[in-house]
Design a protein around this ligand. Sequence first.
Ligand code: SF4
Length: 97
Amino acid sequence: MNENLQPSRRQFLKVGGAAIAMIPVLVISGKAMAAKNAAMRTSMKYQDKPNGDKDCANCMQFVPGKTAKDLGGCKIFAGDTEISPKGYCVAWVAKPK
Ligand code: SF4
């Protein structure tokens, strides 16, 4: 009977070990999902504030977040998920009305 318990204990330890090993992977992938494309931001002179009445929220390249005030993305800033709707860069193009 004691031998019957050992495999399940081993399985438990294996599964628990695998779960613990996944924590850094999940943390890293979580960071990857909320990322900034620093190279594009620099080359396009991105700023977190509008330029007059021009901002990301009224740019045709902007990909809005869940709400109008949430951070979103930009079609030309690959992988960047932290574009402010109140941001601006030199690639701004008016959203069609
Ligand atoms: S192109 Fe520039 S201004 Fe337009 S959404 Fe992207 S970062 Fe904002």
